[in-house]
Design a protein around this ligand. Structure first.
Ligand code: FE2
Ligand code: FE2
Length: 163
């Protein structure tokens, strides 16, 4: 018979996935800030870098609540999304479309995070992990705000410049 796995196992697995992803994002955002040409976009990436460092810390707090050592698990999805972002940076370097490409890559990252944190928050509710719910919710709000801000940047100068 297959090993009996529960929602607790799935929760921990997914926590490791997003922990890995957030640390990759922290490594990538400075490169995106450096590549961005619009000052608004550059500043946005820098701001989200410091927020993302906070996301890593909140995840470490959740591991602590569970009595576990923080550990990541390779997340192929984020690696793929980041890889696409890198291709855009290389292929559109020096062109007016670069910033629009950076916004689109960043929004893919935010949507991945929103999906993960939304799921983790619901599971934490089911598992009665009240403090974890609050931590996920705080991060989720920042990811949603970042996504909205990116849309505004895209609708403003960036897409017009690219067209
Ligand atoms: Fe994040
Ligand atoms: Fe994010």
């Amino acid at each position: 018979m297959a090993e009996q796995k529960t929602l607790d196992d799935l929760f921990l697995d997914t926590l490791k996935d997003i922990y890995y992803a957030e640390r990759q994002i922290v490594k990538t955002l400075p490169k995106m800030a450096k590549a961005a040409t619009a000052s608004e976009l550059k500043a946005g990436f820098e701001q989200h870098l410091s927020e993302s460092e906070g996301h890593v810390e909140r995840l470490e707090q959740v591991f602590e609540l569970l009595g576990k050592t923080p550990r990541g698990k390779t997340c192929d999805a984020i690696l793929g999304i980041i890889e696409e972002g890198k291709s855009i940076m290389e292929e559109f370097k020096g062109t007016p479309a670069l910033d629009a490409g950076l916004v689109s890559a960043a929004q893919a990252v935010e949507h991945y995070e929103i999906a993960r944190y939304g799921t983790l928050k619901s599971w934490a509710e089911l598992l009665g992990l009240k403090q974890a719910v609050a931590l996920f919710d705080a991060t989720l709000k920042e990811e949603i705000a970042t996504d909205k801000k990116l849309s505004q940047v895209a609708l403003g100068a960036v897409n017009k410049q690219a067209a």
